[in-house]
Design a protein around this ligand. Structure first.
Ligand code: BGC
Length: 934
């Protein structure tokens, strides 16, 4: 029986350049996205056309006059990233827009609510501000800048365009403006400086006003301010303040020291009450004139990334007193951020807080693994009867424990609150299942990822490092995108990477913004090539792949220029941080020259997998991805050339590393075998032998353990599941002894470590390192089975294909795609499998229902949906709304292994794929499948 379809409701979630109503943006041809609103009970909801109107005023928009742009009715199913094609957009102007859509039967929806976007300063000439600072201050002191001024008329509109390096905090008339912290996002300041726009219309008033800005060092060093205040009065006249004629007064109390790694020293006795108010009297001894200082050099760019904010608070769960006068708070969770201190006591009392991830046996905090980062706060009380409430602002810490000394009296739990500080991106993925250990791993990965989103995707939030390492990101992209909405974040970071690129050689740096590592980056640092590709897959972002095409090609070509006989000759990091084999001391770089498979001259930090293998395979990975990108942007001849190049490197790779007799790659380590299998480099017909070698090594030699590092772990887990040994991957995922995620948890980890070993000394052992967290993407992709179909990116089509593994009884997962939320809930019972799937409107899916091994037996199978029979013993039964027979999907059609040569794998795997899953094509809506074996 047909379900009666209602027409669509008004489109929702209107975004412009991935932002809701962005203020001060500088994309000249912004793109619009929306989601279709339909009831999940209604199936097959689709958009057949849309119409966008952009107007210069709200009135015009409500009367339907698109004086800036009227797209007309456009026949298209696209609801993501529709490019603006109207009049040239002007600096400072706010534009209003709305959208109407037509459903699959050409029925018009109600129009959306009004959305808007406002342009920032688009041209260099728009800026009249000058960089101001103070060169005479002591290093580490924060600068307090103030300026009082009068406005003669009532104000209709006012905007503050501001940047302050390293970090700024804006105040107007005694109030803090906005809640961004550690703002602006850090960049290669010599190339790019981000500015932020605030609507300050209500903060200012006719008459006396004052602007105050506190400047911290951040990643820049000497503080600098760049600010422009623009006003339109009610009478229509305009004023621009902040230019070279605007003098500032500066002083340096009470933040005596501030440093991203070291923390903050704050003397509350030096606070200057009212310093940011108009009537404040400046004392000439303390307040000096700001000077014009050298500009950082970069071009001004609007900050479009979600700003860093305090996104959550964590109350401590325990307080101990390990030695006289020292109290240790335990938040019960390793976080990134700072804390609020509440304290009452005598003037001049100094309370010290030390932040750490781990404790010594005596219960005091162990800061050894922070290396030179001092991660502390010293707060000197002003004294009095009032409780003093303090939190640092130009620093952050990766920590679970705080040791408090110098506290007047005995501190209680409520004297400290942890503040979680990161880019305010949305958490878009949720995954739970019947295995609690996996749930804890997932939870820890999500925390670890969140703890490392600070303008750039950092490697760690605690030690004297905190860098955006490109090599880590190569295997972190999917995990991060399944857990957080990162379209804006990665748009910014790609820019950072491009800023490090050498125009001549195409080389990019190991870290972006560039502080650590080398140029050219390690050959595993191909995240620069992969991110645009995943932006295309996850967010349907074609502009990114077009814009970055030449640049990422330049980086791949640079790597290629380092090959000798088709093999890449340099790779320092390789399969970073694989478990320490007994025979090797920790941190010993590379395989020794005479060990089997050791071919690298430089060495890889993985003691079991040669760097040359890692580097060369990454080059193939990059080349294939470029070929795929070239294909979709219409560069056919490039696509062919890059594919050909990848093939010839593959030949050299197999010649060098593949042992024809044993079907082992290089040292035969799990990573050595898994990576070529992942990339489908294995000579035809030998795949199962390579898989067998991996399985043997995991199950027999390593007694159900992995031996992989940050990169190899991803490839290992993927190939095991994709080639039909999901149970082995599951053993690894649920292992509890060293090396495993379960081992970390058994040692009390609430975030993932950098290394499989439990180390707490001065070396390299962060306890909040995202790069081993790619297993979380494995949960989404294989256990929940939520996958992009690369043939229709941006979740227009998806593949829902759970791997149901012995021992796992249910999975509940949801993921907010750009088109809406997809949900998978499955449950397995004796002879029965139930799965509820929700596909967002304007999307379709291929659903693979696992046959629970029944394909191998003769027992009859039946599939029902909402109780109606849709499949029986191999025959699809027509007639249920929204469900069609599906094509058999190979295991490896997921986007993790790019490259055109899918046919071979399709044939090979389709055998198993058709035995182990039954496929259906569905449209949007909620479906309840039940599979029974009788
Ligand atoms: C980082 C790693 C990174 C590595 C590169 C380390 O210090 O923490 O995540 O991959 O450097 O060698």
């Amino acid at each position: 029986m047909e379900v009666v379809m209602s027409s669509l409701k008004a489109p929702k979630e209107l975004l412009c350049e991935y932002c809701k109503n962005p203020l001060g943006m500088d994309v000249e041809k912004p793109r619009f996205s929306w989601q279709l609103a339909a009831d999940n009970k209604d199936r097959n909801k689709k958009q057949s056309a849309y119409g966008i109107i952009v107007s210069s005023s709200e009135d015009k928009l409500s009367s339907g006059t698109g004086d800036v742009w009227d797209s007309g009715k456009v026949s298209s199913s696209q609801s993501i990233n529709i490019e603006y094609e109207g009049k040239k957009l002007e600096s400072r102007m706010r534009y209003f827009w709305k959208v109407t859509v037509w459903d699959e039967s050409d029925r018009e929806s109600p129009e959306s609510e009004t959305a808007w976007f406002e342009m920032g300063l688009l041209k260099p000439e728009d800026w009249k501000a000058v960089w101001k600072g103070y060169t005479g201050g002591k290093s580490g002191e924060a600068l307090y800048c103030r300026r009082a001024f009068e406005l003669s008329k009532p104000i209709a509109w006012a905007r503050m365009y501001i940047s302050g390096l390293g970090y700024y905090e804006l105040h107007i008339n005694g109030e803090r403006v906005g809640d961004n912290v550690l703002d602006p996002g850090w960049t290669e300041y010599t190339k790019t400086v981000l500015y932020v726009t605030y609507d300050v219309t209500d903060a200012l008033k006719k008459g006396k006003n004052a602007v105050g800005v506190v400047l911290g060092n951040g990643w820049h060093g000497t503080p600098k301010l760049y600010l422009q205040l623009e006003i339109i009065y009610e009478d229509g006249s305009k004023e621009m303040l902040g230019g070279h004629d605007w003098s500032w007064s500066v002083t340096t109390a009470p933040i005596i020291k501030n440093d991203v790694h070291d923390g903050e020293v704050y003397d509350a006795r030096l606070e200057i009450p009212g310093w940011d108010t108009p009537d404040f009297k400046e004392n000439n001894l303390n307040w000096l004139h700001a000077q014009r200082v050298t500009a950082p050099g970069g071009r001004m760019k609007a900050q479009m990334i979600e700003p860093i904010k305090v996104v959550d608070h964590v109350e401590p769960i325990a307080i101990t007193n390990p030695k006289p006068g020292s109290y240790v708070y335990d938040l019960g969770q390793n976080i990134a951020g700072w804390c609020i201190l509440r304290v009452k006591g005598d003037e001049g009392t100094c309370v010290t807080l030390k932040f750490a991830e781990v404790l010594y046996e005596d219960g005091t905090v162990n800061q050894e693994n922070l290396r030179t980062a001092r991660a502390h706060v010293m707060y000197t009380l002003k004294g009095g009867v009032e409780e003093e409430v303090y939190k640092p602002r130009f620093t952050y810490f990766g920590y679970r424990y705080i040791e408090v000394t110098g506290f007047p009296g005995k501190p209680e739990l409520q004297n400290i609150t942890g503040c979680v500080v990161r880019n305010s991106v949305e958490q878009v993925g949720q995954f739970t299942c019947s295995n609690d250990l996996i749930n804890t791993i997932q939870r820890n990965v999500a925390w670890t990822e969140g703890n490392n989103l600070h303008g750039a995707p950092t490697d760690c939030p605690q030690r004297n490092e905190r860098q955006g390492w490109l090599n880590d990101m190569t295997v972190r992209i999917e995990e991060s995108m399944y857990n957080y909405g990162l379209a804006r974040f990665f748009t910014k970071w790609l820019w950072d990477i491009k800023d490090t690129q050498d125009a001549e050689t195409g080389a990019v740096a190991d870290t972006a913004p560039f502080r650590w590592g080398n140029i050219p980056a390690d050959s595993t640092a191909i995240s620069y090539v992969l991110i645009p590709w995943f932006m295309y897959l996850f967010y349907g972002d074609k502009r990114i792949v077009e814009e970055y095409y030449e640049s990422v090609k330049g980086w791949a070509d640079c790597l290629y220029s380092h090959t000798k006989d088709g093999l890449i000759d340099y790779c320092w990091y390789g399969d970073w941080c694989s478990p320490i084999p007994e025979s090797w001391p920790p941190d010993k770089p590379g395989l020794p020259p005479d060990s089997p498979g050791a071919v690298t001259t430089v060495g890889s930090y993985s003691a079991v997998t040669p760097g040359m293998l890692m580097g060369t395979a990454h080059l193939i990975y990059a080349g294939r991805t470029i070929a795929d990108i070239a294909q979709i942007i219409g560069r056919g001849s490039d696509a062919a050339a890059y594919r050909k190049r990848a093939e010839s490197i593959t030949e050299a790779f197999n010649k060098k590393f593949f042992n024809e007799k044993t079907a082992q790659y290089a040292s035969g380590s799990q990573a050595s075998n898994a990576f070529p299998l992942f990339l489908r480099l294995v000579p035809e017909g030998r795949e199962k032998e390579v898989l067998k070698n991996i399985v043997h090594d995991v199950m027999e030699t390593k007694k159900e353990h992995l031996s992989t590092g940050n990169h190899g772990t991803k490839f290992l887990m993927e190939v095991l599941a994709a080639y039909g040994a999901g149970d082995v991957a599951y053993k690894i995922a649920t292992q509890t002894t060293y090396p495993s995620w379960g081992y970390m948890i058994s040692m009390g980890a609430t975030t993932n470590w950098e290394r499989w070993e439990y180390l707490t000394g001065p070396g390299m052992n962060s306890h909040a390192h995202p790069c081993l967290g790619n297993v979380s993407a494995w949960f989404y992709k294989y256990l929940a089975g939520i996958n992009i179909d690369p043939r229709s990116p941006g979740w227009e089509r998806m593949i829902i294909k759970p791997h149901v593994i012995e021992g796992l009884n249910h999975v509940n997962a949801s993921f907010k795609t750009v088109r809406g939320t997809v949900e998978v809930h499955w449950q397995r019972e004796e002879n029965q499998f139930k799965m509820q799937v929700t596909i967002p409107a304007n999307s379709t899916a291929t659903v693979g229902l696992p046959t629970l091994g029944a394909g191998k037996s003769d027992k009859p199978l039946q599939v029902t949906e909402e109780g109606r029979l849709i499949w029986e013993n191999g025959d699809f039964i027509q007639g249920v709304s929204g469900i069609n027979a599906g094509e058999v999907l190979p295991q490896l059609m997921t986007p993790h292994a790019p490259g055109a040569d899918t046919t071979r794998t399709v044939e090979q795997m389709s055998d198993q794929a058709s035995r182990d899953w039954i496929y259906f094509e569905i449209g949007s809506g909620t479906y309840r499948f039940e599979l029974k074996r009788r």
